[in-house]
Design a protein around this ligand. Structure first.
Ligand SMILES: [Zn+2]
Ligand SMILES: [Zn+2]
Length: 269
């Protein structure tokens, strides 16, 4: 396999490598690589912290190829500008998100995309699709290479029929499981914020995520990462307990992405 990145012995044969560097309201960033092309979807931590988390998993920040931005919220964009300038990375972002992302500053290079239109970064085929969230033009993504596809869909109030269509047939899914409805209901958030989270443009609950995954599961689904968990209104245990009930027809591994540490690098065959 043609590779810029060092590949661990145990993972010599893989199609895609995926690592969640952070997930949650304090910052989101996901590393995806086919061994030759390595991207970040969102960079919502400081540049220094993103570098630290990549390095801690044996991933070289200097080998990154590009950054893709899902939407303008700070927990997804905080480190985009600095990482782009530091490593001379193009930033793929749609027009409305760009207009709303003052925080990014002036990146090394901007490349546009449109939700619904596939684009390529070398051998990676990226398909951005619209999601229902309170941002200007928020996107989820499928990323495909070497015949394998993964998807990331967080920050959405509902999973529309179109979103479900895109999440089908993926080997790995990064799915939002934001809150436990009861914890949210009885928790300390002010009422308007509770309403926002539960709305069609808010965040998926554990139960929403379970229902979605129950529909999406298929034999070739290898891994599901629950993401964007609320620290106040959820626990990893509750999310795993609820969503694991969805997996009745496949043996996918179910894990939770962490806010404070990168996850292991997952190698998809
Ligand atoms: Zn977010
Ligand atoms: Zn958001």
């Amino acid at each position: 396999m043609n590779s810029d990145n060092p590949i661990p012995q145990e993972a010599r044969e893989y199609s895609l490598a995926v690592c969640t560097l952070a997930s949650g309201s304090k910052g989101n960033a996901t590393y995806i690589s086919d061994g030759r092309t390595s991207i970040l979807i969102d960079a919502g931590l400081s540049g220094r912290e993103i570098q630290r988390r990549l390095t801690s998993r044996g991933l070289d920040p200097a080998k990154l190829t590009a950054i893709i931005v899902s939407h303008e919220h700070g927990d997804h964009t905080r480190g985009v500008g600095i990482m782009s300038r530091r490593f001379k990375l193009p930033v793929y972002i749609n027009q409305n998100t760009r207009s709303a992302s003052a925080e990014i500053g002036k990146p090394h290079e901007i490349r546009g995309f449109e939700c619904g239109t596939t684009f390529n970064i070398r051998d990676l085929a990226i398909h951005p699709f619209s999601i229902s969230h309170d941002a200007e033009d928020p996107a989820g993504f499928t990323v495909g290479s070497n015949g394998t596809r993964m998807a990331i869909a967080t920050d959405m109030g509902i999973a529309t029929a179109m979103v479900k269509e895109h999440l089908k047939h993926c080997a790995l899914l990064i799915l939002e499981a934001n809150h436990d409805p009861q914890m949210l209901e009885t928790g300390p958030y002010p009422w308007p914020l509770k309403q926002r989270i539960q709305s069609r443009t808010g965040h998926l609950s554990n139960a929403d995520s379970r229902k979605l995954l129950h529909e999406l599961q298929h034999e070739k689904l290898q891994h599901v990462i629950l993401a964007h968990l609320s620290e106040i209104n959820n626990t990893p245990h509750k999310a795993l307990e609820e969503v694991s009930r969805a997996l009745t027809r496949c043996r996918a591994q179910l894990t939770v992405a962490d806010q404070y540490d990168s996850g292991p690098v997952i190698y998809l065959k």
